[in-house]
Design a binder for this molecule. Structure first.
Ligand SMILES: [Zn+2]
Length: 547
């Protein structure tokens, strides 16, 4: 059996692996590269395989960095089956068309500029309609159902606890009277996440393909996150300000709604204000996603199911208000009484959240509360890092609001969670491939697996192929242009990031408001300088490792 790594190799996005056995071709995930513009260019590369010859696509979960290229795959001639859980198929039915709409809008914006410059126009990666067309290939299955495909490939989905419907895949491949079991963890969830079950454990794998997003880090405040969330909300509301929560529309938003509902049930008497303070969910995609969550109750954890059994919907309460139209959204900024606003995008790069930031960042009594990862270079990250002024929707805003962040809501297991998951394997794999992580995290995690369990690990590069046999994994070949293109774009992305960090530093030193005597200001500058150092180190290691 041959396994080729096509994405999420030494990076966290673009998940895609090709398995070839018994004249069958199977893709595991078909995700988009996301984040930096340069890395996103990789999405436009032609698929490095004959699209029409793919028999199956096994999809671990609905996140766009795992599913986002499905419409492109179908547009280019895929005729096989996309097998995933029902909740994943349901979520894809709103997330892929939404992604198609974003692709079209982005290209329209770029083309307006190109037209004026007399340059040739671009085509979107796919359209809203392409995404709708791709939905007919989905074949939903249940968790734990053992599905035999053509006698030689068997697959089972178990709960990965990462997002509604997310799965760990166990795949058994029969070739010439022997069988190999390959396990893909997909994205492994964090423990004790609202609504979702903890990741399930797997007994054994001949070969393991494991994610490593937080392979070198622990989450802070996993235990007290609900208390911290509510304290921040209470203090802000009592000061007369608004709480603005930038949140991913699918997953995190529903988890925060669930947490507020839970707190209302537990402490209603002590927290009278919770009964009356309006909670607005201002994101059309979040509204549709909440509907899908409400339809997939079988994916909920025990606590959430208890609410349902008692006739209580944990994703609803009397003062929860969904705003659908842009006019309703704008009205929120005219309201005088304090409120909670949950809006997308989670990293503040686009969407309605930018309006709410514009209207609240300047207010001393308001709070902007981050509940998700903020990638370097995004507006969310700059606000979190302590920048004093930002330009939002063409206007310069001076930041006076309280800025807070809670890490415990992360959708990914941290280093401890990953190690705990591996420790439950009763038989250790012959080889473990570490994917879906930045190289620094992967190296730390690989060493940890070797030291703790004696596991042999590989950190594959994009384009690398391995022959998996019942006895060993042999490195086979590498698709050189895939690897080179990835390295080139990664290097450019890092250089851009460095320029951004230097710009931030210059800007902060330049501002009249800077008071170098204040410890807090010095700390912000030092953190930035450390990041610049880390960026230079990363650029150096990319160059040293590849050229
Ligand atoms: Zn994910």
């Amino acid at each position: 059996m041959k396994l080729t790594f096509l994405g999420a190799a030494q990076t966290v996005t673009g998940s895609c692996y090709l398995m070839e056995a018994n004249n069958k071709k199977v893709l595991i995930d078909c995700g988009m590269f996301q984040g930096h513009d340069k890395e996103e260019d990789l999405n436009f590369e032609p698929f490095p395989f004959d699209v029409g010859s793919i028999d199956y696509l096994f999809l671990t979960h609905a996140h766009i960095d795992h599913s986002g290229k499905i419409p492109k795959l179908c547009k280019e001639g895929f005729k096989g089956e996309i097998i995933c859980t029902k909740a994943t198929a349901d979520l894809c039915s709103i997330m892929l068309p939404d992604s198609g709409y974003i692709q079209e809008s982005e290209i329209e914006w770029k083309n307006r500029k190109r037209k004026r410059a007399g340059r040739p126009l671009l085509e979107p990666l796919y359209t809203y309609q392409d995404a709708l067309n791709s939905l007919k290939y989905f074949k939903p299955v249940s968790y734990h159902e053992v599905i035999n495909l053509d006698g030689n490939i068997t697959i089972k989905f178990s709960d990965a606890g990462h997002i509604l419907g997310s799965s760990i895949l166990e795949i058994w491949v029969r070739e010439e009277n022997s069988e190999i079991k390959v396990v893909f963890t997909g994205d492994l969830g964090n423990y004790d996440i609202p609504l979702l079950r903890d990741p399930e454990f797997i007994e054994s794998a001949d070969y393991l393909i494991i994610e490593s997003t937080y392979g070198n880090r622990m989450h802070k405040e996993n235990e007290n996150k609900l208390r911290k969330l509510m304290n921040i909300i209470e203090e802000t509301i009592q000061n007369g300000g608004n709480v603005v929560i930038p949140s991913f529309a699918v997953g995190r938003t529903q988890e925060i709604i669930y947490e507020i509902h839970k707190y209302r049930q537990l402490y209603q008497k002590d927290m009278e204000f919770l009964k009356t303070v309006p909670v607005y969910v201002d994101s059309p995609l979040a509204i549709s996603a909440t509907e899908i969550f409400r339809k997939n109750l079988d994916c909920y954890d025990e606590e959430a199911r208890t609410y349902i059994e008692n006739g209580d919907n944990p994703l609803d309460f009397p003062n929860l208000i969904f705003t659908r139209t842009p006019d309703e959204s704008k009205m929120l900024n005219e309201k005088k009484e304090p409120c909670i606003i949950i809006s997308a995008s989670g990293m503040c790069e686009a969407g309605r959240i930018r309006h709410h930031l514009k209207h609240n960042l300047w207010r001393e009594d308001s709070t902007v509360l981050f509940v998700g990862y903020q990638a370097p270079g995004t507006l969310g990250r700059r606000i979190l890092d302590g920048i004093k002024k930002v330009k939002i929707l063409g206007e310069e805003i001076s930041i006076k609001a309280r800025i807070e962040s809670i890490e415990g809501y992360s959708g990914h297991a941290d280093q401890k969670g990953l190690v705990n998951w591996v420790s439950h394997l009763k038989k250790m794999p012959k080889k473990t491939f570490i994917v879906h992580g930045e190289i620094e995290a992967q190296k730390v995690f690989a060493k940890l697996l070797k030291d703790k369990f004696g596991i042999k690990t590989v950190i594959p590069q994009r384009g690398d192929s391995y022959e998996l046999t019942p006895f060993e994994a042999k490195s086979k070949e590498s698709i050189k242009h895939l690897r080179d293109n990835f390295i080139r774009l990664q290097l450019l992305a890092q250089l851009d990031m460095l320029a951004e960090e230097v710009y931030f530093l210059t800007n902060n030193v330049d501002q009249e408001a800077l008071n170098i005597k204040e410890d807090e200001e010095i700390k912000i500058l030092q953190t930035k300088i450390e990041e610049i150092g880390a960026s230079i180190k990363r650029i150096n290691s990319i160059i040293k490792g590849s050229f």
